[in-house]
Ligand binder design. Structure first.
Ligand code: IPE
Ligand code: IPE
Ligand code: MG
Length: 241
């Protein structure tokens, strides 16, 4: 891995519905095809020695969709977990799921727990799936934990730092996302990792998620490699460092 390879890639997998609509298929057919893209990109991340891949599977706002689509999405997630854990283990992938999991169907919650447990010792790619996740929810749950610690007398409000908030957000033990990819043409963050994306390089593509393949992934990596990350400094400072 060189400096020009992102350690952590976060993706909004968008465009499944439009992919299906374009083929006069039900939306769920697009979601099903999307699982194939997930498999491809997980493999590509492994090959490129990416350390963390975080995928947005279901947002806290996606409950607003028709009930039938929500149910089918939950069932698809259940089936994908049942089918993929073996191959995750074979490929040394560690699975983690983030989000407000208590609101998910109990059967899915159990499967998430057992799949995380079954893959926890793997040392290759960490695959993070965001399900019933929202960036505002994440910051809110972090705030609640910090407030509780203040109540417990662990520290005073004036001692709260960015580091303390950060430590209570999801995946704070992992490197922050270096590269964000959104497929499907929309140019928005849609309440994804709001805290974590503060300095992430953004890449948007028109490609719909079911069509997103290794060549598109390479294009995103190429775009990332050509950028200068300044983190507030001047270009000269970065070049001379
Ligand atoms: C993204 O695809 C997948 C989920 C939100 C679960 P969409 O279902 O949003 O696809 P479009 O945006 O309608 O094409
Ligand atoms: C974001 O996609 C959530 C996921 C990909 C899971 P949406 O398609 O739901 O986003 P908006 O609502 O169009 O911004
Ligand atoms: Mg969408």
């Amino acid at each position: 891995m060189t400096d020009s390879t992102p350690r952590h890639i976060a993706i909004i997998m968008d465009g499944n519905g439009r992919w299906a609509k374009g083929r006069k298929l039900p939306r769920i057919a697009g979601h099903r095809m999307g699982v194939d893209s997930v498999r491809k990109i997980v493999r590509a991340c492994g090959k490129n020695k990416v350390e963390v891949l975080t995928l947005f599977a279901f947002s806290s706002e996606n409950w607003r969709r028709p009930k039938r689509e929500v149910t089918l999405l939950m069932e698809l997630f259940i089936r994908a977990l049942q089918q993929e854990v073996k191959s995750l283990n074979k490929n040394n992938v560690r699975l983690r799921v983030i989000g407000d999991l208590a609101a998910l169907p109990p059967k899915l919650q159990e499967l998430i727990a057992s799949s995380e447990e079954a893959t926890k010792d793997n040392t290759g790619l960490t695959l993070v799936i965001a399900s019933n996740y929202g960036g505002r929810w994440d910051i809110t749950q972090a705030t609640k934990q910090v407030a509780q610690k203040v109540l417990n007398g662990e520290f005073q409000p004036e001692d709260i730092t960015e580091e303390i908030i950060q430590q209570h957000t999801c995946i704070s033990d992992l490197p922050e996302p270096d590269l964000f990819i959104r497929t499907g043409g929309e140019k928005r963050i849609s309440n994804y990792l709001l805290w974590q994306l503060a300095y992430t390089e953004l890449f948007f593509t028109e490609k719909l998620w079911p069509d997103f393949d290794e060549a598109d992934f390479s294009e995103a990596l190429g775009s990332f490699a050509g950028r200068q990350r300044r983190f507030g400094k001047t270009g000269e400072q970065v070049e001379n460092a």
